[in-house]
Structures are given as structure tokens and as C-alpha cells.
Design a protein around this ligand. Structure first.
Ligand code: UGA
Length: 481
């Protein structure tokens, strides 16, 4: 059936030049194979989630991954990162035959839409490496059938899709390049593709954009059709805004420390205004991951390359860096003004819970600084396993949280994994040498910890002392300075 080609032209052009678009939705559940194969290139979070969900909507999807190890994993219905729900659905759709895997773009010779999801990592010089994306687009110009729509889902600086379209049109004017940025959160990818807040599609050719819109119609999300540059800037703007929101609440946490207020309540009170909202508004160790730090920097660089210095984005990154220093200062102060020879146990390494991703994880930065100041660091995480060069020499990583805290003078909670909240904290307390807990995510039950004799400090709220000095605290005082 002609599911993908049958689009409803109902639309409302707005004065802004943005079009809100409503493709017709087919709820028949019939296979959409006659719409042609959709190719997805790159089996990272975005590619795997996009391919899996499209296949679950009965689109024939072919996921291309050139890395042999990743490809082998996919063939065994496993995914190259931590996301059990996504892995389960991938297994289902692969067994049903709507999702297939390939190692080569050459197999996309009959794909009428190809969605490019390859990485665009930062370079050592601070720019972005678009090499993988350019190579894929180049190869597609050689193998794609007439009229193929190439969708750029990889995060790219505004202007990239238009530039690539210019290059492609020299040899293949029949191909269309469309920007369709992703807004997926790691560990929530499946839900974010199934139920996106919006779908943004940008490009000069209306028919090509509508073809992409029809693919994602089962998500029933608002669809915004616009230019490629606007679509790309929506992506960067959204990430930069969320990162700035986090830096703002972290900045406020400092004010809370200055006046003795509690950031958790302050953020809740401010976020109760629906114009502000409470999501992405939790103070802590700052933002990490492969997106926020990179995208804020890329937008700042884009401005700089055109003679514009963004004070706001600069401040956003600086506050994010400072936040880690502030948390370290709290640990240092609680340990008598020095970290030298102090044992700090770090709970959580991943840049956020629910993932094993360590890219730009605040924990790594903090651990590096603790070690530089002479601290002995042990660390643990339920999912992330750092490789040799991700942590300074001497840092011991153990799987068991109780082993990690044994003999520690202080604990730093760096990632809010739920299992750390439900640890047997009395057991933790009795196995430590000291009694300091610095909660870098305002996540633990502070009052309970204080009852157990811990000195508890969050981010942006007052230090809470146990009523009587604990045995461990007395022992700590006798440590050499
Ligand atoms: C982020 C965006 O949320 C996605 O919409 C976007 O698609 C994605 O980047 C991307 O560009 O691919 P992600 O990096 O998975 O997603 O992580 P988030 O859940 O947004 O968290 C980012 C960082 O901010 C984490 O380190 C987290 O701990 C921190 N954070 C988040 C806070 O410090 N406070 C908050 O209130 C929320």
C-alpha cells in the first residue's frame, strides 16, 4: 500500500515562515514495505532508536553500521550501548523481519529515504569532525536511486545541510537533502522517538520534507516544516537553552549557599510558573554527556566565526565548570581544609543515571581534580566501566558500592543512580573512617543520613551536622594535616 506517499496537504502557514504540518496517519498496522526501504546509517543511540521504532511502525528499515564489532552485536540482536528496553524491542522487530542490518551503504541501492545518524564528535582543536557525515553523503550520491531523500539527523552546525546539498547537487540534482534533528535523551531514546514533543524537518524541497514527515506520522507529534538552517538552529538552540537553564539553577544554588536558602525548594517554587517549568532545573555537579557541552561550545564558536561573541553561552559553560570546583571545595572544607591523603569514595561515574556513557561526565573531571590535590579516590558505578585512560592512575574502580566506601573519609554522590539512595547507609557509615557525605545531585535522604551520624551537604543547601560528634568524625580530626 502507498502508505508513505499518501500525505494530507492540510497545513497552516504562519507569518514566521514555519509551517505546522499534519500528515495523515494510517492506523491499519499493515506492513509499510511497499513504501520502500528506509536506510538508517550509524548504530549509535539515535540510529538504533530511530531504526527500531520505524521498524516497529512496520516500515522496512535497514540499519547500516560499518564497525565490525557493532555490526556483529546487532546481528545477535544486541545493541552497542546500555538500554535494555530498546534492545528488547530491537530483538522483536529484527525477528519479525522489519529491521535488517548491513555493514555497507552499497546495500541502500533501493532505499528511497536514508537517515544519516553518524557521530559529529568534537575535534581536539575545538571544532566538530564532520568527516563521517561527509563520507556517508558522498557515498550515497554514488549508490542512491533517483529521487532519494537524504535526511541529516546527526547534529550539525546551522548551514551544514545547505552546504552539503550544494555539493551533492553538482552530480546528483535529483537527490534531496533534508535536516531532521533529533531530540533524544540517552536512556530515554525509545520513548523520545515513540512520543516526541515535536518533529522538526527543514529543507528547500517541500515534497522531500513531506516524505520524511509521513515516515514519522505514527508518532502523532506536532510537525514543524521549515528551512534547513532553522531546523539545525532549533536543535542547537534547544540544547543551549536547556544547558543554560541548568547553569542558571546552579548559579542560584550558589546564592542559596550565600543566604542560607535551599535550592531544591527555590527551584520548585520558581519552576511552578508554567512559563519556566521544573524540568532540567535541578542543581548539581553540572551538565555532561556528549551533547550539551559540545553543542553550547559549537554555537558559541559559530557566533565567534561570524564576529559575534555570545556572553550568555560563555557564562553557561563557565558556570558549569565552576560548579564542579564548588563541590570539590565543599569536600575539602569538610575534611579540614585539605584533600591530601584523604580517601574520597565517588558513587556514580556515568554522566547521568540509566546509561554507561562517560563522555564529558562531571565525575571524571572531579576525580581528576581530587587526585591532583592528593586525595585517594575509589569509585563505583552500576553500568559505566571506565577504560584505563579515562581516570588518573591510582583510582580504584569497584563494582560494589559497599566496597567502594570502605575506609573512606568522605563520599561524593556524582550520579543519581536510584540504588545509591536505597543503600544500607548505617552499614556504609560503620565501614567508613569519616562521616562526610557530599551529595552532588541533591538526591539522597539528607535527614536520614544526619540521623545516622553523617555530616550531609548537598548543592545549594545548608550543611547538616549530626547532633553529637560521631566516633568517625573524632577519628578524622586526629588525621595528619
Ligand atoms: C540531551 C538533550 O536533553 C536531548 O534533548 C538531546 O537530543 C541530546 O542531548 C542530544 O543532543 O543528542 P542527554 O545528553 O542524553 O540529552 O542528557 P540529559 O538528560 O539532557 O542530561 C544532560 C546533562 O545535564 C546530564 O549530565 C545531567 O546530569 C545534567 N542535568 C540534567 C542537570 O545537571 N540538571 C538537570 O536538571 C537536568
Amino acid at each position: 500500500m502507498e502508505r508513505c506517499r499518501r500525505v494530507d496537504a492540510k497545513q497552516a502557514r504562519q507569518a514566521t515562515g514555519v509551517t505546522k504540518y499534519s500528515p495523515s496517519v494510517d492506523h491499519s498496522g499493515e506492513a509499510r514495505s511497499s513504501a520502500g526501504t528506509v536506510g538508517i546509517v550509524g548504530a549509535g543511540n539515535v540510529g538504533v532508536a530511530t531504526a527500531t521504532v520505524l521498524a516497529s511502525w512496520k516500515t522496512q528499515a535497514l540499519l547500516v553500521e560499518n564497525d565490525p564489532a557493532r555490526y556483529e552485536l546487532l546481528c545477535k540482536h544486541r545493541i552497542p550501548f546500555f538500554d535494555p528496553d530498546l534492545e528488547a524491542l530491537l530483538g522483536d522487530v529484527a525477528r519479525q523481519g522489519t529491521l535488517r542490518f548491513s555493514r555497507t551503504i552499497d546495500d541502500l541501492a533501493d532505499a528511497d529515504v536514508v537517515i544519516v545518524c553518524v557521530g559529529t564528535p568534537p575535534t581536539t582543536s575545538g571544532g566538530l569532525d564532520l568527516g563521517a557525515l561527509e563520507r556517508v553523503v558522498d557515498r550515497l550520491t554514488e549508490v542512491s536511486p533517483s529521487g532519494t531523500v537524504v535526511v541529516i539527523k546527526s547534529t550539525v552546525p546551522p548551514g551544514t545541510t545547505e552546504r552539503l546539498a550544494g555539493v551533492v547537487s553538482r552530480t546528483r540534482p535529483d537527490l534531496s537533502l533534508v535536516s531532521c534533528p533529533e531530540f533524544l535523551r540517552e536512556a530515554n531514546c525509545l520513548d523520545d522517538v515513540l512520543r516526541p514533543a515535536r518533529i522538526v524537518i527543514g529543507g528547500p524541497k517541500r515534497a522531500a520534507c513531506e516524505k520524511v514527515a509521513a515516515l514519522f506520522a505514527p508518532a502523532n507529534a506536532p510537525i514543524i516544516l521549515t528551512s534547513a538552517a532553522s531546523a539545525e538552529l532549533i536543535k542547537y538552540g534547544a540544547n543551549a537553552f536547556l544547558a543554560t537553564k541548568i547553569s542558571f539553577v546552579n548559579e542560584l544554588s550558589h546564592f542559596c549557599d550565600l543566604v542560607g536558602a535551599d535550592i531544591t525548594v527555590v527551584a520548585e517554587g520558581i519552576g511552578a510558573d508554567p512559563r519556566i517549568g521544573t524540568s532540567c532545573f535541578s542543581a548539581g555537579l553540572g551538565f555532561g554527556g556528549s551533547c550539551f557541552p559540545k553543542d553550547v561550545r559549537a554555537l558559541e564558536d559559530l557566533g565567534a566565526s561570524r564576529g559575534y561573541r555570545s556572553l550568555l553561552l560563555q557564562a553557561c559553560s563557565e558556570i558549569n565548570a565552576q560548579q564542579k570546583e564548588r563541590v570539590i571545595a565543599k569536600i575539602r572544607a569538610s575534611l579540614g581544609g585539605t584533600l591530601s591523603e584523604r580517601h574520597v569514595a565517588v558513587l556514580g561515574l556515568a554522566f547521568k543515571p540509566g546509561t554507561d556513557d562517560l563522555r564529558q561526565a562531571p565525575s571524571l573531571d572531579v576525580i581528576g581534580k581530587l587526585v591532583l590535590e592528593g586525595a585517594k579516590v575509589t569509585a563505583t558505578d552500576p553500568a559505566a566501566a571506565p577504560s584505563g585512560d579515562e581516570l588518573p592512575r591510582g583510582v580504584k574502580v569497584v563494582r560494589d558500592a559497599y566496597r567502594c566506601v570502605q575506609g573512606a573519609d568522605a563520599i561524593l554522590l556524582a550520579t543519581e543512580w536510584p540504588e545509591y539512595r536505597s543503600l544500607d547507609w548505617a552499614r556504609v557509615r560503620s565501614s567508613m573512617r569519616g562521616n562526610v557525605v557530599v551529595d552532588g545531585r541533591n538526591f539522597l535522604h539528607g535527614a536520614h543520613l544526619v540521623e545516622l551520624g553523617f555530616v550531609y551537604q548537598g548543592v545549594g543547601n545548608a550543611t547538616r551536622q549530626p547532633t553529637t560528634p560521631s566516633r568517625a568524625a573524632l577519628k578524622l580530626k586526629s588525621l595528619p594535616e
